[in-house]
Design a protein around this ligand. Structure first.
Ligand code: DQQ
Length: 652
């Protein structure tokens, strides 16, 4: 590193500041040596548990009448054990980011003999994804001169994490996309090991500032400045990296691999910009706050904006205001009455996105959660499924706040290599404060996705007795948008005496029958229910007589392939007096995005079926409660595919 890069910078001088203690690039800690044994024991128990579940399930669902289906693939898979050397390699950890390979398998170490049809089917039809190779975090989303821009962490060379470059695409509606040339590649010493995550800020004079993390040639995490070469280009094709980068280096007390992912900046009444950056001190997750006027020199503000002990490294911090009285979204710099601030962090240790709602104090540069028991990292999740590194932006075009998030893979890395790609981004979601509960945000797919709806089929007032499964005859259901409400028999609700305090989605699943649940939908199910993914509500009664509702997505029987992760995801969802139980599901091949009660609780699942694909994928209603009937009313739309192509080169 040439000292000229830093000569004018204090106190963040790489050479004169607190010396770095580089973390070892690899090598097992003492705890690591125990992992194979623990993993084997875990795998054995998981296999045993899964087998028991499968046996149980065969008796749980009455079989619907069989229907002849000429398209059903005739596959008799044989399982092969993977040699130890084929187990997925760790990706990212040595370079100082969280694990980018899915390793948390509940199955055994076995490869499944996927057919080409099965792998091809997994590719989504209306979610954003590059043509091939690896993608992770969304970066710097913005709206500019008529175009929505998405940048993203991308490996141009393979379907696994590495060589991180900024992919770039534009859209008029955030549904149909045109791929553009890479915005930034790792070609400078200050980002030689990766052009990592960053955020855009649109200044009042129209200039665009992009702050991003660079992993330097020595794997130190620094913050860099980039800006468009030509602001009159609506496509923002060319990006200039500021010559005097980095503009920020890890401050004293922060390890060189614990300093990343700058937020969008916001301006306060003193006319100065603030930028938050995630980090940790020991095991306390923290948000550092910097002040700047020119985005080239920054001052670290005293203390931290927020810290939560035990939550570990905070990646991809996001910070934004929400209106407590209006419907519209707010610019990140909005200041005025009737607002709260949302603080979100992606927990490196758990690979989960958490948020909390609270109050920002721009004088003391602190943020305080409304409810300390639901603080960042210990309370509400942005999404209870496979979803990470989310980032919002203010869409000045439609006055709304939009969030993007990375939906990773939960299959074997070797399967990703076979299919040639890995990961997608969610359907962008509008984010507002939930004025009814006052305690959570609401996330909802942008209205533009509804333009993909084709023929809709309505199913009004379907009666579901205890233990019933009802097929919904819409033909193939691999690309569908489902909006459903459920009404529980009021008498059963009032008569329930059973106390049911121990329910958790993750440990119970759709086979655990209670008086008032589970009930919901089975998606990506084949005709004989040999593969199925229940998305459901479960109502439990607490000791004090109150009801709690859980919203869950149960992947445990979603695939015959043992080499994919199959979990039950979910959490609690507030259902207020007078409200029906409502859910919306976007099914797009291997993705199911599920929204309960208007988006109070959201779950994203990755599903890799072997039978419930193409024309064999069906949807059913089910009620596995023992003590209540449920009335369901729903509409299912088949969904068109989005147009996602290269931008025509003659028009660039
Ligand atoms: N992904 C980036 C980092 C970020 C992580 C590297 C989160 O900047 O912390 O690809 O997934």
């Amino acid at each position: 590193m040439g000292s000229n890069y830093f000569s004018h910078k204090t106190p963040n001088d790489l050479e004169n500041g607190t010396p770095y203690t580089p973390l070892p690039d690899s090598g097992a800690s003492p705890a690591d040596h125990c992992r194979p044994i623990k993993a084997l024991a875990g795998i054995f128990l998981s296999v045993l548990f899964l087998s028991l579940l499968i046996v149980l399930v065969l008796n749980q669902y009455p079989q619907p009448s069989p229907e002849v289906n000429a398209n059903k693939p005739k596959i008799s898979p044989s399982i092969q054990m993977l040699p130890e050397k084929l187990l997925p390699q760790s990706r990212g950890v040595a370079q100082g980011v969280s694990e980018k390979t899915f390793r948390d398998f509940s199955g055994e170490h076995a490869v499944y003999p996927w057919s080409n049809d099965m792998l091809a089917w997994q590719r989504t039809a209306f979610h954003f994804q590059p043509e091939k190779n690896w993608m992770n975090d969304p970066n710097g989303p913005l709206f500019y001169k008529g175009w929505y821009h998405i940048f993203y962490q991308y490996n141009p060379e393979s379907p696994v994490w590495g060589n991180i470059t900024w992919g770039h695409a534009v859209s008029k509606d955030m549904i149909h996309w045109l791929h553009l040339p890479f915005a930034m590649v790792p070609d400078k010493w200050f980002d030689a090991n990766g052009v990592w995550t960053g955020s855009a800020t649109i200044l009042p004079d129209g200039r665009i500032v992009m702050l991003y993390t660079g992993a330097t040639n020595n794997n130190v995490q620094v913050q860099n400045l980039a800006y468009p070469a030509n602001l009159s280009d609506p496509l923002l094709l060319d990006w200039v990296k500021y010559a005097d980068n980095p503009v920020l280096v890890p401050p004293p007390g922060i390890l060189p691999k614990d300093f990343r992912d700058p937020t969008t900046a916001w301006i306060t009444r003193d006319g100065k910009w603030r930028v938050a950056i995630g980090s940790k001190i020991n095991t306390t997750g923290i948000t550092l706050l910097y002040e700047t006027t020119d985005f080239t020199s920054f001052e670290l503000l005293d203390g931290v904006m927020h810290a939560v002990p035990g939550t570990g490294m905070w990646e991809c911090v996001d910070f934004f205001p929400v209106s407590t009285s209006e419907e519209n979204g707010l610019d990140t710099s909005f200041d005025g009455p009737g607002i709260k601030h949302v603080l979100k962090a992606s927990l490196d240790d758990e690979k989960k996105d958490y948020y909390a709602i609270g109050t920002y104090d721009p004088i003391n540069n602190t943020w305080t959660p409304d409810n300390p028991e639901l603080d960042v990292g210990i309370g509400l999740r942005v999404d209870y499924g496979v979803y990470y590194a989310s980032k919002t932006f203010y869409d000045q075009n439609k006055h709304r706040r939009i969030s993007w998030g990375w939906i990773g893979e939960t299959d074997y890395e070797s399967d990703d290599v076979l299919k040639g790609w890995a990961s997608v981004q969610n359907i962008p979601r509008t984010v507002v404060f939930d004025k009814k509960t006052g305690s959570n945000i609401l996330q909802w797919p942008v209205e533009e996705v509804e333009k993909l709806r084709l023929n809709g089929t309505e199913f009004p007032g379907v009666e579901l007795g205890p233990g019933s499964v009802v097929p919904l005859n819409i033909g193939s259901a691999t690309q569908v948008d489902i909006v459903a409400t459920f009404e529980v028999d009021k008498a059963a609700l009032e008569a329930m005496t059973e106390i049911d305090v121990g329910y958790e989605c993750s440990t119970s699943g759709a086979v655990a029958r209670g008086t008032l649940g589970p009930f919901g939908l089975l998606v990506l199910s084949d005709e004989s229910l040999s593969e199925l993914t229940p998305v459901y509500f479960y109502i439990s009664k607490d000791i004090d007589g109150s009801y709690k509702t859980f919203f869950c997505s149960d992947e445990t029987r979603s695939s015959k392939a043992p080499s994919v992760n199959k979990r039950v995801y979910g959490g609690m969802v507030p259902v207020l007096e007078g409200e029906k139980f409502s859910m919306r599901l976007l099914v797009d091949h291997s993705i199911v995005e599920s929204f309960a009660q208007g988006g109070r609780t959201v779950i994203t699942s990755r599903i890799y079926p072997t039978r419930a694909i193409d024309g064999s994928a069906r949807v059913f209603l089910f009620n596995n409660a023992t003590g209540t009937s449920v009335t369901a009313s729903l509409t299912i739309w088949q969904m068109d595919s989005a147009h996602i192509h290269q931008f025509p080169s003659d028009q660039m």
